[in-house]
Design a protein around this ligand. Structure first.
Ligand code: G3H
Ligand code: 13P
Ligand code: ZN
Length: 316
């Protein structure tokens, strides 16, 4: 069942975070639904502009519609990840998405508000909800001084003004994470003091953490042992997800870790089975491994075993 992120956030706020997972193809979609059903978790499917352009934007809609029939117990939102104005309007008009992200975080404050407000008005008119972003994601390196570091992180006072004036329904905040497999060079981590200050300014308002893959070191070691070259890859400590949830984070974005699962499974399989050229045996292994990975993440996010409570919350 497709629901809005707003409903999922109301059910989760302060207790756990919902996993937001990017998909690009059939195997990821099957693994995602299987993993969320196995762990009894609500979830958010994210589709990026790149994913929509990978084959055809309608392909993923077809896969999700079918998965919704194959897994009738699933409760999830369908979300555009890192949209610009054009892709937001396209998704709003498609009638398929339940929420969009307008990412104008690279723009100056006033311009970010102006663009976000336009998308919010268009989305709300059609019953969709909007995630916006304030602050600069991207690793805050250890050598960067405090003033420089704070300039990149979300300013808590600006966050309140931004939400009030833009009308957005959730806010992605910059608290030290970054996208990809190389997030930290040293002992940096999440800035909980900034998150806590944002929550004080915006009590009860759903916050979003992008760039939250953990880049598990055992995964990196296995990939490198099978011919990969991921040197110095490092991610967010998944043990900190629960703390972030108590501070108002209701959505945690994970994409890179899923790509690492794909890379490890395929590298090891073809290293160990050089005579193989059939796509189905490896596809089956990948779907099973992906489902395990998703279930494990949901456990760490606290969203595992919440499906029944969400169903009750939704009055289903
Ligand atoms: O934050 C971006 C997501 O990881 C999606 O990546 O734009 O390569 O699909 P993508
Ligand atoms: P990761 O690169 O840490 O998986 O972040 C994904 C993300 O933020 C998608 O919007
Ligand atoms: Zn992101």
């Amino acid at each position: 069942m497709i629901v809005t992120t707003k409903k999922l956030f109301e059910a989760a706020y302060g207790k756990y975070a919902i996993g937001a997972y990017n998909i690009n193809n059939l195997e990821q979609t099957m693994g995602l639904f299987r993993g969320c059903i196995d762990s009894k978790a609500p979830f958010i499917i994210q589709i990026s502009k790149g994913a929509r352009a990978y084959t055809h934007k309608k392909m993923l809609e077809g896969l999700i519609t079918s998965a919704n029939e194959v897994f009738p117990d699933a409760i999830f939102a369908v979300h555009l990840d890192h949209g610009d104005e054009e892709s937001c309007y396209d998704c709003i008009d498609s009638g398929f998405y339940s929420s969009v992200m307008i990412d104008a975080s690279h723009e100056p404050f006033e311009k970010n508000i102006e663009i976000t407000r336009r998308v919010v008005d268009a989305a709300h008119a059609k019953g969709l909800v909007v995630e916006a972003e304030l602050g600069q994601l991207g690793g805050v390196e250890e050598h960067v001084n405090v003033d420089e570091a704070n300039a990149k992180l979300t300013d808590p006072r600006q966050a309140r003004e931004f939400v009030e004036r833009s009308g957005c329904d959730s806010l992605a905040v910059a608290i030290g994470t970054s996208h990809g497999a190389f997030k930290f060079t040293g002992t940096q981590g999440l800035h909980f003091e900034v998150l806590s200050a944002i929550q004080k300014e915006l009590p009860g308002f759903p916050l979003v953490m992008h760039g939250s893959s953990s880049v598990p070191q055992d995964e990196v070691v296995r990939i490198n042992a099978a011919g990969g070259k991921l040197l110095g890859a490092k991610g967010v400590d998944a043990g900190q997800f629960r703390m972030a949830a108590t501070l108002g984070v209701t959505k945690i974005n994970i994409d890179t870790d899923g790509r690492l699962v794909w890379t490890r499974v395929h590298r090891e399989f073809f290293r160990d089975n050089p005579e193989q050229f059939d796509l189905r045996p490896i596809g089956k292994i990948f779907m099973a491994e992906y489902a395990k990975f998703i279930a494990d993440k949901n456990d760490k996010l606290g969203s595992a075993n919440q499906l029944d409570s969400v169903r009750t919350f939704l009055g289903q």
